[in-house]
Write a protein that binds this ligand. Structure first.
Ligand code: ZN
Length: 214
């Protein structure tokens, strides 16, 4: 029999004796009643930017979809396979989440790839290149700015792509209608993995600011 990596098995043992033991009632209730998270988070696949860890949430609290560079593609009702759009549809129409957070992060590899389109694709399919093509116009504009340092360009595109994803969220009719009715709120946030700082997008201006913590 194949075994999972040892680290996963030891972690699972720890989970069962720790967190699961402490939250058994909560897990049973969630199993019986189903999930009803109020918030959907669209985050990057990056192993250092897990939303459940950053927001210290328990089971049933966050409905999470993760993809390369936390991008939301535009509304495209065609016959292609749109995994992020499917998760969005479920969160909005079935779970009726009240909030959607686009969570970007510093040192994002997907964003770095978008800023260097001359780099060789990782495979002939160039899935990352095509996926990051979503932000190609912004990436081109930022990459061509020689007044900025490479770190500044990286952070700028990470934040611009969050605003782009929020604009794309609004291209989904179900999102737009609920937002206009005040039943759904869209948020942008950016996590600095080196300092732990969280920056939240001001919905009026699109600027990123440190939130006030009580
Ligand atoms: Zn990333």
């Amino acid at each position: 029999m194949d075994h999972l990596p040892k680290r996963l098995l030891s972690g699972y043992r720890q989970f069962m004796s720790g967190r699961y033991a402490a939250e058994t009632a909560r897990y049973r209730e969630l199993a019986a009643k189903g999930q009803s998270p109020e918030t959907m988070v669209i985050a990057c696949c990056d192993s250092r930017a897990a939303p459940e860890t950053i927001f210290d949430t328990g089971p049933g609290e966050l409905f999470v979809v993760r993809n390369v560079a936390n991008l939301v593609p535009p509304y495209e009702p065609d016959d292609r396979h749109h995994s992020t759009s499917a998760a969005l549809e479920f969160a909005v129409q079935s779970l009726k989440v009240k909030h959607i957070v686009i969570l970007g992060h510093g040192r994002c590899g997907g964003i770095r790839a978008a800023l260097d389109p001359t780099a060789e694709p990782l495979s002939p399919g160039d899935f990352i290149g095509r996926w990051m093509g979503l932000v190609a116009p912004a990436a081109e504009a930022v990459a061509g700015n020689s007044l900025m340092t490479s770190g500044e360009r990286q952070t700028a595109l990470e934040r611009i792509s969050i605003r782009y994803s929020i604009a794309n969220l609004r291209s989904f009719p179900c999102v737009k209608i609920l937002e206009d009715k005040g039943r759904l709120t869209l948020h942008g946030a950016w996590f600095d993995i080196s300092s732990g700082e969280l920056w939240v997008m001001n919905r009026e201006t699109g600027d990123f600011q440190r939130p006030e913590l009580d």
